[in-house]
Design a protein around this ligand. Structure first.
Ligand SMILES: [Cu+2]
Length: 465
């Protein structure tokens, strides 16, 4: 038995960041600390056990443990939680220890790990340790390898963290409902040699998706494909913290996907390599540079880059509807349709009727139209030059020269050196050359006979048509 005093001795007491409160479990159980908000907690330096370089969970935290006769003991509590998705919207989710996603679990290759899981949900649950090598009976599949953990009961999982790498945990019980409600977390097994693949900043983000009708707070759990909120660590832009790094830092971002679709994750301004997959570290000879990596359902990827270039670099999923928040209704394509007169007539019948997208959808980024309580605008966020017109899976990698090692505080917007920002042309603008021939859709090439274009355009080898 390790007392509460021993558990929090040394750096541990300090490392309990703002917003974290402790909760004393039953006498024989380790404590189950609780996080009350979605503030990114600074990396937790290990205060017992073997050394490692901790990760930073964006808008999240890592779970403290106690050492008990050489075993690293954690306590997860599955329970209903309230998660702020971004300022202005809270969701009723299910998660662990006060938040969704649950806390990140960090261990070292070779650690013997014991996890107590207490179920405070109204139905049974289990935890599957996604990607781990472990005894089959510890794999957490309800019905197959264990009975479900009934409400009010605590189960114990124990195994040796054999393989270093990036993992996830989630229920394998009433999975569609429990994942749609936000039950998931990250797991990092650090290498035995703390200098192996050492980086300066190591971020983790877990992707999940929710279907929450505008004006409501609880996900529709029967949804299978049509989700409307695309989150990183159960946050949406502008609620996702920036990834703050110092210039020339080696940066790792670990991404896990527990949504029901794939996400092409795109970084601006730098190339990266995939250094880790679900199966561990990639051999160096297998890596190639890229700027977008597709993370499929159930996969984990670790990407790395040298943050050489100062600036505010967008980092986002490249599916454009995944960088938007929930829409109240299906929006038809209205570009070029002027129906101002009609709206007034319809408003007499349907007072809330509104035309969206008449000049593109950018209006919606700054629109003042009324939206229901507890609902985020579809496209939102203010940058130094105006509306960013984003939502969902979008944030910013901020590369700064004077960011101190270990400092994750938002340095504000990048101050661009003079002459390095796109600017408006204010000189003369000659009229564009246009094709005036009736029915013509293409601009006629200047100073070229018409038949050149015909030869170039006409498909060949289809003479039989
Ligand atoms: Cu996506």
């Amino acid at each position: 038995m390790v007392s509460r005093r021993n558990f929090f001795m040394g750096a541990g007491a300090v490392a309990l960041g703002a917003g974290m409160v402790s909760r004393v479990g039953a006498a024989s159980l380790p404590e189950a600390p609780l996080m009350s908000d979605a503030t990114t907690q600074p990396p937790r330096m290990p205060n017992s056990g073997r050394p490692y370089n901790p990760v930073v969970t964006l808008n999240g935290w890592s779970l403290p443990w106690r050492m008990n006769n050489g075993v690293k003991e954690f306590h997860l509590v599955a329970e209903p939680v309230v998660r702020e998705l971004a300022p202005g919207m809270k969701a009723n989710l299910w998660g662990y220890n006060g938040q969704s996603p649950g806390p990140t679990i960090e261990v070292v290759e070779g650690d013997r790990v014991r996890i107590f899981v207490t179920n405070k949900l109204p139905e049974h649950t289990s935890i599957h340790w996604h990607g781990q090598r472990l005894p089959s009976g510890m794999d957490g599949v309800t019905g197959l390898t264990q009975p479900g953990i009934p409400p009010g009961k605590t189960f114990v999982y124990e195994f040796i963290a054999k393989r270093p790498g990036t993992f996830m945990y989630h229920p394998h019980a009433d999975e569609m409902v429990q994942m749609a409600m936000g039950m998931m977390g990250f797991w990092v097994t650090h290498p035995k040699d703390a200098n192996f693949m050492k980086v300066d900043r190591d971020f983790v983000l877990l992707m999940s998706a929710y279907d929450i009708d505008p004006g409501s707070a609880t996900p529709r759990v029967a949804e299978m494909t049509d989700f409307n909120l695309w989150t990183w660590n159960s946050r949406v832009f502008p609620g996702i913290d920036p990834l703050v790094v110092r210039q020339n830092d080696r940066v790792r971002i670990r991404i896990g996907n527990l949504t029901m679709t794939n996400h092409p994750i795109h970084l601006h301004g730098h190339e990266f390599v995939v250094t880790g997959t679900d199966g561990g570290w990639t051999p160096p000879a297998s890596r190639w540079p890229e700027v977008t990596v597709d993370v499929a359902v159930g996969q984990m990827r670790a990407i790395e880059f040298d943050a050489t270039d100062l600036g505010d670099w967008a980092f986002h999923c490249h599916k454009s509807h995944h960088t938007m928040n929930a829409m109240g209704h299906d929006v038809p394509t209205m570009i070029g349709v002027d129906h101002r007169g009609i709206v007034q007539k319809i408003n007499k019948l349907v007072p809330d009727y509104m035309v969206m997208g008449e000049r593109g959808m950018a209006d919606m980024g700054e629109m003042e139209m009324p939206i229901p309580d507890n609902t985020l605008p579809m496209m939102t966020g203010q940058g130094p030059f105006g509306g960013v017109e984003m939502g969902g899976m979008f944030t910013v990698v901020k590369v700064r020269k004077d960011q101190k090692p270990g400092d994750y505080k938002d340095p504000g917007w990048y101050k661009h050196p003079a002459g390095t920002v796109a600017y408006e042309w204010t000189g003369p603008t000659p009229a564009a050359t246009r094709n005036t021939s009736p029915g013509g859709k293409l601009t006629k090439p200047v100073n070229k006979p018409q038949d050149v274009e015909l030869r170039a355009r006409k498909p060949t080898g289809h003479s039989g048509h």
